[in-house]
Design a protein around this ligand. Structure first.
Ligand code: MTE
Length: 334
């Protein structure tokens, strides 16, 4: 991927590095004697670590989880696990698609506390591993459509977001839900390095309107393909909102705060003309720099050569969610 390292980096449809180009870049960096001076990495994340497979500590192993399996829908091709764990957006672990997997070992997802707070009668802090170990999670097969015009279909396991929010007893002032990713540059080295982390003002934040958050499709995933989440996919707990562009699906969440006002969101802060608060998948509303009319489905073959398919309004979940936006001009509220 060609990254404009000096300015905040946000995705382009071309943000996919062919393996050969990536390997070339690794060789160049090695040949340059790892010109680290220009790259402001935190002490514990040297360039050597990031570009040396030999030195990389293994990422925490994923564990089997209990979940109620979903029926595999007929005629739907799932994205293989290997693709879903090596083609990622998790800028805190690197902006290249392969970097989050290579840097996964930095993130220590156990133990993990998640707060549910704000405009609620009963705020609480939850041990996410209690939730994983003591709940029968439900499996959902969801399409995830990235703003970069690629998509995947994956079996996630978790719980409805509404279940967790209800436990905190929202007050009548709760109009929006604000989510926050862990802020810890030792575990998420991109937070301390604009080179690695794309110049984003961390922690990564996202938001939903209250009715969107309470919608039965909104899901807190703790598993993928029947095992706990790999770090690069947002361990140990991440959001999946299948009718919105992938960037709404915030990873490695530590706080869910119910609030009165529309909360700030990372990509909207970075480029408000490109990324709105709603971010509903919509083939008729192009990203200012590329069309959203079609997408490449990442299946067996990966993104190169992947068949283009038409993008569906609300990512195909219109029957379930279109009523949330009745009367809204979706060109204005993109
Ligand atoms: N969450 C955090 N904390 N940081 C990120 O960079 N990227 C988002 C979203 N959640 C991101 C994040 C984007 S742009 C996408 S497309 C999805 O995660 C990708 O999820 P996946 O890597 O599991 O496919």
């Amino acid at each position: 991927m060609l990254i404009k390292r000096s300015t905040p980096h946000h995705p382009t449809e071309r943000d996919v590095t062919p393996e050969a180009v990536y390997q070339d870049r690794r060789l160049i960096l090695k040949g340059l004697g790892l010109g680290t001076a220009s790259l402001a990495f935190p002490a514990q994340a040297s360039l050597l670590d990031l570009f040396s497979d030999e030195k990389a500590a293994p990422a925490p192993a994923t564990k089997e989880i209990h979940y109620k399996a979903a029926a595999r829908p007929e005629g739907v091709t799932l994205t293989p696990l290997e693709k879903a764990t090596t083609h990622n957006n998790f800028y805190e672990l690197g902006t290249d698609k392969g970097e989050p997997a290579r840097n996964a070992h930095y993130l220590k997802p156990e133990p993990w506390a998640l707060k549910v707070e704000g405009e609620v009668a009963k705020p609480f802090t939850l041990d996410v591993w209690d939730l994983i170990n003591k709940t029968e999670l439900e499996e959902r097969i969801y399409r995830l459509r990235c703003v970069e015009a690629w998509s995947m279909v994956l079996p996630w396991s978790g719980i409805a977001l509404a279940d967790l929010i209800r436990r905190a007893e929202p007050t009548s002032r709760a109009k929006f839900v604000a989510f926050e990713t862990l802020y810890d540059p030792e575990q998420l080295p991109g937070q301390a390095s604009s080179n690695l982390g794309g110049g984003i003002d961390y922690p990564y934040v996202e938001g939903l309107r209250m009715d969107e958050a309470m919608h039965p499709l909104s899901f807190l995933a703790m598993g993928l393909y029947g095992k706990t989440l790999p770090a690069q996919n947002g361990a140990p707990i991440r959001l999946v909102v299948p009718w919105k562009y992938g960037f709404k699906s915030i990873k490695s969440i530590v706080s869910i705060r119910l609030v009165e006002e529309m909360p700030p969101t990372t990509w909207n802060l970075l480029a408000p003309n490109e990324y709105g608060f709603y971010a509903n998948v919509n083939p008729q509303v192009d990203h200012p720099r590329w069309s959203q009319a079609s997408e490449r489905f990442i299946g067996e073959g990966g993104i190169f050569g992947a068949k283009r398919q038409p993008t569906l309004l609300f990512n195909g979940y219109g029957d379930e969610v279109a009523s949330l936006y009745q009367g809204m001009d979706l060109r204005k509220w993109y």
